[in-house]
Design a binder for this molecule. Structure first.
Ligand code: FES
Ligand SMILES: [Fe+2]
Length: 324
């Protein structure tokens, strides 16, 4: 069975990892990341000598030095100097930091704590790299919930009229149409088409297409297309720092208003939506999606994506207690 540690998860935005060592947490493991003599390095945040956090140390010439007795680790994790020994003394081969796979992609720093079983989740249509799109990392939040709850909320459309009334939904239009949730090899895809509620809009009967691309376990892209062809992408990757805390990384993309100077309105709008969601999701108990199907109620049509998502998570050991 696959485990969460065999998936890539982001630990930070690219700019949060610098030449200074800094602690990050993933799946309950404390890590230290820095940019040193080998570029990006990621170790367990622990000095093999006496168990001190390496993130309390310092960098000199691209080498990470423990803040306790100064043992120096190069970017590959090898201990290259023990200052309390005479110069030229042999270094015990076991003197190594515990290293992890780390990569920078899509403006984030990703880690995989075990042998990866799939690649870092791509964008649906390579929007990150396209010149006809403006795509950027827009937010990094910490939420008091599990990654599964956070992603399931992002996939859920029937809360729009209540949680996002006046922005994404309206109480005049609460019904969710039947839709097919397609299983793809690493995730799910589904879409809904609906006229924009009259109260949000000038009155024209413009049909909006909402497309959801999920890559398991915790990456979801939502693409909104209006009849003119304008597309807005709002994407989330939720990183399980622990069972009840989640780091939320968001990207925003669009194929109109391409100038970065126009990012502000998109950042503010998304922040408002996410804060409305945070209040709701942080109140959910238990914080993990429950083990037993009978503990919560599922509606076949409005909750179709949630049911499919719980099945997908159920196949990943350690993703939380999910459906049988
Ligand atoms: S604990 Fe790190 S050098 Fe001693
Ligand atoms: Fe929401």
């Amino acid at each position: 069975m696959t485990t969460l540690s065999r998936h890539w998860h982001p630990i930070a935005t690219a700019s949060e990892v610098t030449a200074e060592p800094r602690r990050f947490t993933l799946l309950g493991t404390d890590l230290v990341a820095f940019r040193g003599d080998h570029g990006l390095s990621l170790f367990t945040d622990l000095c093999i000598h006496r168990g001190v956090a390496l993130s309390l140390g310092f960098i000199e010439n691209g080498i990470l030095h423990c803040g306790y007795h100064g043992w120096a680790y190069d970017g590959t994790g090898a201990c290259v100097k023990i200052p309390s020994l005479p110069p030229g003394s042999p270094i015990p081969p076991k003197a190594r930091a515990i290293t992890h796979r780390v990569e920078e992609r899509y403006g984030l720093v990703w880690a995989c704590l075990d042998e990866p079983e799939q690649d870092i989740p791509p964008f649906p249509d390579d929007e990150w790299n396209r010149s006809d799109y403006r795509t950027f990392v827009s937010h990094h939040y910490t939420w008091e919930t599990s990654a599964g709850r956070a992603v399931e909320n992002f996939m859920d459309i029937s809360h729009f009229p209540f949680v996002h009334e006046g922005t994404l939904g309206s109480r005049d239009a609460t019904e969710v149409a039947e839709h097919t949730v397609e299983e793809r090899n690493t995730g799910l895809y589904y879409y809904l088409e609906a006229p924009e509620p009259a109260s949000l809009h000038s009155g024209a009967d413009d049909v909006i297409r909402w497309e959801y691309f999920l890559t398991g376990p915790f990456t979801i892209h939502l693409r909104k297309t209006i009849p003119s062809g304008d597309q807005t992408l709002i994407s989330l990757v939720a990183a399980p720092t622990s069972e009840k805390t989640t780091d939320m990384f968001l990207w925003i993309g669009r194929n109109y208003q391409l100038d970065p100077s126009e990012d502000g309105e998109f950042i503010d709008f998304t922040h408002e939506i996410m804060e409305q969601d945070r209040l709701i999701v942080e109140s959910q108990r238990p914080e993990q999606i429950p083990t037993n199907l009978r503990d919560e109620l599922h509606l076949r049509i409005p909750d179709a994506s949630g049911i499919a998502y719980r099945r997908l998570l159920g196949a990943i050991s350690g993703a939380g207690p999910f459906l049988p």
